[in-house]
Design a protein around this ligand. Structure first.
Ligand SMILES: [Zn+2]
Length: 599
């Protein structure tokens, strides 16, 4: 096959010369004066008191857009530089420079948001009717609502200043502690010294002895340092709770729900529906245990391969496969993705010094995206590529929308990506060349459900219970282990023989200070996207226009309103979530039937 699509991305069209780029330097230097001007605007901003003040607010929004675009363009580019070469020291320096520019922007913006809370309610509703502002009603109202729940500007500034060392510092310490851990594991008769990331990758190793050894060695390492991790987690949780208390926020879920623009009853309905339908996935885990010659799965068996997927695709073939199946869904997605492949928006080459994992980042000034991953030819690589193209398509769908109206939350962020991934994963199962191949691909799908319905659920249960106990005092490591084990046993619905008690120490997500409850939005996104997908299957190719309209609204609506308007669904009801779960149950059942007949 001829090479049509480059495997290395084109960054030079953005700023030529990588981290040495003179154009980038100019761009970064321009940010300074832009910020000084914005800070001045922020200082001089006066509380809107009459309808004529709409002009002032509209001007501020334009300034916000201008600075935001500028900072995001370079920020995204620098992120790409760091990912493509982890040894690029200059890129790391640029990264710190970029972070401090963003921090200045945020605090100047926060002052404006606080000012908006002081406007009288009656004046505010008049302002929102102004033709210059009506487009931004959702975002402006949200700014005001959020700022109203905060302490005074002076107090919030103090919290922000103190949180650098007193809060975020703990998160950085966590990264250092984990980075220090090295474990010795024997693979193929050879003892290897591994980092946590490398050892974690062995969880999917075909040899049970290797899986168990890596699990045991890691547990040992976590146990050895458990008091350090417990101190770190208690400090992060304690700081957060103290700030919440000062602001008068009782419920630790208030902030994460607000960030995801969703209601508590929606979250409750989701977990309740999931809890009621765990059995098919427990049966899947039991079947898997049987295939591995066990009566019940241990934690370190959950990711074990039952059968190896052997089918491989060259990058060109993978790209063609994606385009072929995207086309069946809609012309825009196919056209957009073909352009991304051809124009060098994708970095896929398998070479050293690249960051692990995949991401998609947006360059708002040039209205482009860049996708990063390492492609080694497996079907799961093809699915990842489709996933990231889905993210890029989301940005594309938002192009007609004003920049202020493009910031969507984590729970809906995974809609377009999961959707695109589903198109490809389903097609792969249908096109499987053998039963073994089909089983492997199907299991890939079921594993996602296990991750979102069981593993993530257990993280949510743990975090909720941790806060409950943390409110009363420090939670010692031994108790954290108990809480984690209980949460996992419950989250997996009795499908496990043994849990992973130190999971709370091993999972980075519990230590991300900027995003509390870095768990439930994943499950939300997965199920939400499944129901969009079900609708697409029902309606055929004509659905694409509606789909793009849904994506365009993701940043200017609550999750509840978005679902009601575009899917006609009430997501505060369990029935909505059950429909998505039912699709996943089918996969679990098919897996069980396929693997039973080959017994
Ligand atoms: Zn994603």
């Amino acid at each position: 096959m001829t090479v049509k699509y480059p495997e290395v991305w084109d960054l030079d069209v953005l700023f030529p010369g990588g981290s040495d780029s003179a154009e980038l330097r100019v761009h970064m230097d321009e940010a300074g004066p832009k910020l000084v001007e914005f800070e001045k605007l922020s200082r001089n901003f006066s509380v809107p008191e009459k309808t004529e003040d709409a002009r002032q607010v509209a001007e501020v929004l334009e300034a916000v857009k201008d600075v935001m675009l500028h900072l995001r363009q370079s920020g995204a580019f620098i992120g790409c530089l760091q990912a493509q070469n982890t040894e690029d020291k200059k890129a790391s320096l640029l990264q710190s420079e970029s972070s401090s520019l963003s921090a200045r922007f945020s605090s100047a913006l926060q002052k404006i948001q606080q000012d908006l809370t002081k406007t009288d309610d009656a004046v505010w509703s008049e302002l929102m009717k102004d033709e210059e502002l009506s487009e931004f009603t959702f975002v402006l109202n949200e700014w005001r609502t959020k700022a109203k729940l905060l302490l005074s500007e002076k107090e919030e500034n103090l919290i922000t200043a103190l949180s650098m060392d007193g809060y975020h510092g703990w998160s950085q310490l966590y990264d250092m502690l984990v980075g220090e851990i090295k474990v010795k594991i024997t693979v193929d008769g050879e003892e290897k010294v591994m980092s946590v990331g490398q050892a974690n990758n062995l969880s999917a190793h075909a040899d049970a002895a290797v899986r168990k050894e890596s699990y045991d060695k890691l547990e040992e390492a976590w146990t050895e340092k458990e008091e350090f991790f417990a101190k770190t987690l208690n400090s992060i949780g304690g700081f957060r709770l103290e700030v919440y208390k000062k602001r008068g926020w009782e419920n630790p879920l208030q902030e994460p729900l607000q960030m995801n623009r969703m209601e508590q009853k929606t979250l409750d309905a989701m977990w309740s529906a999931i809890s009621k339908h765990k059995q098919p996935f427990v049966s899947y885990l039991d079947q898997k245990a049987k295939l591995l010659g066990k009566d019940k799965l241990d934690w370190y068996d959950v990711d074990a391969p039952v059968t190896e997927s052997t089918q491989t695709f060259s990058y060109q073939e993978g790209a063609e496969f994606i385009l072929e199946h995207f086309k069946k869904f809609g012309p825009e997605l196919e056209k957009f993705s073909r352009n991304a492949f051809e124009k060098g928006w994708i970095e896929a080459e398998d070479r050293p010094n690249k960051r692990p994992g995949g991401f998609c980042t947006g360059l708002p000034m040039t209205e482009e995206s860049r996708i990063f991953m390492t492609y080694s030819g497996s079907m799961s690589n093809v699915a990842t590529l489709a996933h990231e193209l889905g993210h890029a398509f989301h940005s594309y769908a938002l192009r007609p929308v004003h920049q202020i109206n493009r910031s969507y939350a984590m729970n809906v962020a995974e809609t377009a990506s999961t959707f695109a991934e589903m198109i490809v994963a389903d097609a792969a199962v249908k096109n499987a060349s053998s039963t073994d191949e089909k089983i492997a691909l199907l299991e890939d799908k079921v594993q996602r459900s296990v991750a979102f319905f069981m593993n993530i659920h257990s993280r949510f249960l743990f975090e909720t219970r941790f806060y409950d106990e943390r409110k009363k005092g420090v939670v010692p490591a031994s108790r954290l282990n108990e809480l984690m084990e209980e949460a996992q046993m419950e989250g997996f619905g009795g499908g496990l023989k043994s849990a992973h008690p130190h999971f709370w120490a091993s999972k980075l997500h519990f230590y991300i200070t900027n995003v509390p409850f870095y768990n439930f939005p994943y499950t939300f996104g997965y199920l939400f996207s499944l129901s969009v997908y079900a609708k697409a299957l029902e309606e055929g190719a004509g659905f694409e226009e509606k789909y793009m309209a849904l994506l365009r609204d993701t940043a200017i609506m609550t999750a509840e309103d978005l679902a009601l308007k575009h899917l006609g669904e009430d997501i505060t009801q369990e029935a909505f979530w059950e429909k998505g779960i039912a699709l996943c149950v089918k996969d679990a059942e098919e897996f069980i039937s396929l693997t039973s007949s080959t017994d």
